[in-house]
Structure formats: structure tokens, C-alpha cells
Ligand binder design. Structure first.
Ligand SMILES: Cc1cc2nc3c(=O)[nH]c(=O)nc-3n(C[C@H](O)[C@H](O)[C@H](O)COP(=O)(O)OP(=O)(O)OC[C@H]3O[C@@H](n4cnc5c(N)ncnc54)[C@H](O)[C@@H]3O)c2cc1C
Ligand code: SF4
Length: 338
């Protein structure tokens, strides 16, 4: 039995005050990840600060033509929001490819960013895991690592970030708004999550005393040519082996601008600007897409069971870009099933 206190934050300043006052405290939003971790004994917060009553549940226009998504907007509400569905269908597709309808009804935008890895050793408290217990070792290196990283890993941790939504947010160049004791700041999405290095226990660059208040999308939504392709063991309710968020601006069969981000392959959503640059100005053909895949995967490395993911990622990138260029996003089918 793990005892913990419970408190309800009254506003953002109160939430920050409470989290800063207690190192063992954690925010709880939808609870779909944190409560599981507590039940498994992986997380043992001394206090839960309930933030679900804060006024952070709106989607609003920004001055520069983009959208601001409150940290407490539920994943379902976001995916089905008319502005998101019309202007950022890549994001809607990615959200709808994740979890189940019931989970999406509970899960929040902020919580989705901070959900922890699905590495089975992380959840199994009888095994060494640097992320759960720093310095104890990594059971996945040399263990069962079929779901693990092929890019950006370290000897200390080869886990992947499990979110689908974050892969689309990386491709769309979102920003994360956070507030702490010293005020607010805006973090580029590419700098929000981090690679494991020798500190596997730290997933992001958010400070322990900060709260996420919103995620901002720029005006450009790539609504005409996009695809979110998620390859997984089951057709639904499974985490990605490899996921690809592809978005293109094309003119007369030539790529003017490309965005490419991968999920299920690294400790963070993996966006590669060199691969995007390779595509810029190239004909929108499978040959160009294959070259971009080669660039993106140039440093890929499997750890035994995960070797197959390199070729899988290569093929998924080509397919996603092909679907995006054709204006036929595969995940449209998901949208019919609410
Ligand atoms: C069976 C199952 C299958 C799933 N499948 C998928 C999938 O296929 N794809 C996918 O992307 N996801 C999947 N998920 C994960 C799900 O999307 C996440 O659990 C969910 O998004 C977390 O959001 P939450 O609001 O419930 O977070 P919580 O569990 O409430 O919180 C998660 C973490 O975020 C912190 N936190 C929450 N809000 C804030 C904030 N505003 N500021 C600072 N810290 C905050 C909490 O302290 C906690 O550490 C699955 C989950 C389950 C249980
Ligand atoms: S891959 Fe990371 S999360 Fe998994 S056992 Fe190793 S250190 Fe732990």
C-alpha cells in the first residue's frame, strides 16, 4: 500500500506553487498513464496535484494564424475539433491512430506529451532499468527489444517514446508552452523531448516545477498532402513499431517543402531536417522518397530483435510520402470510426 496526498489546483499559479513545494508531487490529468504506473509500483508520488479543473481546455486562434491547444484538451476532442480536422488533418490522423476511443476520451494534450515509454522492463520492477532506477542497467540491451529504438539510442537506454500525437506535432513544428516559478516559456517541439544519453531517467527538457499550459501550432497545416502511417502488430489498440508523419507542399510534381517525422524508432519523435532538405526541390517520386529514407536512416542500428525495423522504416517512409504526394492519406479510413 502506497499512501499519497491528493490536492486540487485552483489555477495555474496555484498548480506551480504546489509542484515547486514538493519534489515528490506529480500532476495528474487524464490519469491514463500515471495511475497505471502507480499501480505497477513504477511511480510513487507523495502527492497528486489534480489539474483537471484548470481552464486549459480550449482550442483558440493565435495572432499569427495558428492554433493554441490547451493542455487539458482531451485527445478525442482535439482530433474531432473542426479546425484541427480541416486545417491539421495530419494531427487528427495521428491522434486517432493511438490507444482506444475510451482512452482518447480521458487522455489530455499535456499528458500525451509526457507519457512514459512502453518498454516492458520499465514496467517490470523485478528487472534492472536505468529509466526506472538510475544506475541499475538496461535489460533491453541484450534482452527482448523488438519494440525498441533504432535511432539515437545509448548503451544506457534503447527505449522509444510511445506517442502518436507527438510525431505529428514534431512534423508540424509545434511549440510547447510551459509555466514555472520564473514565468512562462515557449519550447520548440524538437527541443521538448530528449535522447537518453547517460540520463535515461529524464524524458524531456520540461523542468520538474513547470506545468504545460498549451501547445501551439503554426499556420501551415499541410492539409492537402499528408499521411500518418502507423505500422503495428494489431490493426488497432497497439503501439507503433514504426510510425511516419509525412507532409508535403508540391507544385507541378516537384516538392517545395517536406516534413518527415518518425515514431516508434527513438527516445523522442524523430525529425530529420537533412532528409527533408534532400526532398526539397526533388521530383515527387518514389525514387526521391527512397533517397530521403536512406538519409534519414543513415545512422540506424538494430539491437537484435529490432533489426527488422530498419527496413520496415525505410518502406514505411516511402509509402507515407507516396500517399502524401498523391493526396490519399491512408489513415482517412480511421476517421470514419469514431
Ligand atoms: C492501453 C493503452 C494503450 C495506449 N495506446 C497508445 C497509442 O497507441 N498511442 C499513443 O500515443 N498513446 C497511447 N496510449 C497512451 C495515452 O495516449 C496516454 O496515456 C495519455 O495520452 C496520457 O495522458 P493523460 O492526460 O492521461 O496523462 P496522465 O496519466 O494524467 O499524466 C501523464 C504524465 O504527464 C504529467 N502531466 C499531465 N499533464 C501535465 C501538464 N499539463 N503539465 C505537466 N505535467 C503534466 C503527469 O504528471 C504524468 O507524469 C495508450 C495508453 C494505454 C493505457
Ligand atoms: S530500454 Fe530504457 S526503459 Fe527499457 S530497460 Fe533499458 S533503460 Fe529501462
Amino acid at each position: 500500500m502506497n499512501n499519497f496526498d491528493y490536492a486540487r489546483a485552483t489555477d495555474v499559479a496555484d498548480a506551480v506553487r504546489r509542484i515547486a513545494a514538493d519534489k515528490g508531487a506529480r500532476f495528474v490529468a487524464g490519469g491514463t498513464n500515471l495511475i497505471d504506473l502507480m499501480k505497477e509500483g513504477v511511480a510513487r508520488p507523495s502527492r497528486l496535484i489534480d489539474i483537471t479543473h484548470l481552464p486549459l481546455d480550449r482550442v483558440e486562434e493565435t495572432a499569427d494564424g495558428g492554433l493554441r491547444i490547451g493542455a487539458l484538451v482531451r485527445n478525442s476532442d482535439l482530433a474531432w475539433h473542426p479546425q484541427i480536422a480541416a486545417r491539421y488533418p495530419l494531427l487528427a490522423s495521428a491522434i486517432l491512430a493511438g490507444a482506444s476511443a475510451q482512452l482518447r476520451n480521458m487522455a489530455t494534450t499535456g499528458g500525451n506529451l509526457l507519457q512514459r515509454t512502453r518498454c516492458f522492463y520499465f514496467y517490470d520492477t523485478t528487472t534492472p532499468c536505468n529509466k526506472r532506477e538510475p544506475g541499475s542497467g538496461c535489460s533491453a540491451v541484450g534482452g527482448v527489444n523488438r519494440m525498441h529504438a533504432i535511432l539515437g539510442a545509448s548503451e544506457h537506454c534503447i527505449a522509444v517514446h510511445p506517442s502518436d500525437m507527438c510525431v505529428a506535432l514534431a512534423a508540424l513544428e509545434a511549440r510547447v508552452l510551459a509555466t514555472g516559478p520564473d514565468g512562462g516559456r515557449s519550447i520548440p517541439f524538437a527541443e521538448f523531448h530528449r535522447l537518453p544519453g547517460d540520463r535515461a531517467e529524464i524524458d524531456t527538457n520540461l523542468r520538474a516545477d513547470e506545468i504545460i499550459t498549451a501547445v501551439e501550432l503554426p499556420a501551415q497545416g499541410f492539409a492537402a498532402n499528408y499521411s500518418y502511417l502507423k505500422i503495428r502488430d494489431r490493426l488497432s489498440y497497439a503501439f507503433a513499431l514504426v510510425a511516419v508523419a509525412a507532409a508535403l507542399e508540391t507544385e507541378d510534381g516537384t516538392v517545395k517543402e517536406a516534413r518527415l517525422a518518425l515514431g516508434g524508432v527513438a527516445h523522442k519523435p524523430w525529425r530529420d531536417r537533412d532528409a527533408e532538405a534532400q526532398l526539397s526541390g526533388a521530383p515527387a517520386t518514389r525514387a526521391s522518397f527512397a533517397r530521403a529514407a536512406d538519409v534519414l536512416l543513415r545512422a540506424a542500428r538494430g539491437f537484435g530483435h529490432s533489426d527488422f525495423k530498419i527496413e520496415l522504416a525505410r518502406r514505411a517512409i516511402v509509402r507515407a510520402l507516396t500517399q502524401a504526394a498523391a493526396g490519399t492519406p491512408q489513415s482517412q479510413a480511421d476517421k470514419r470510426i469514431r
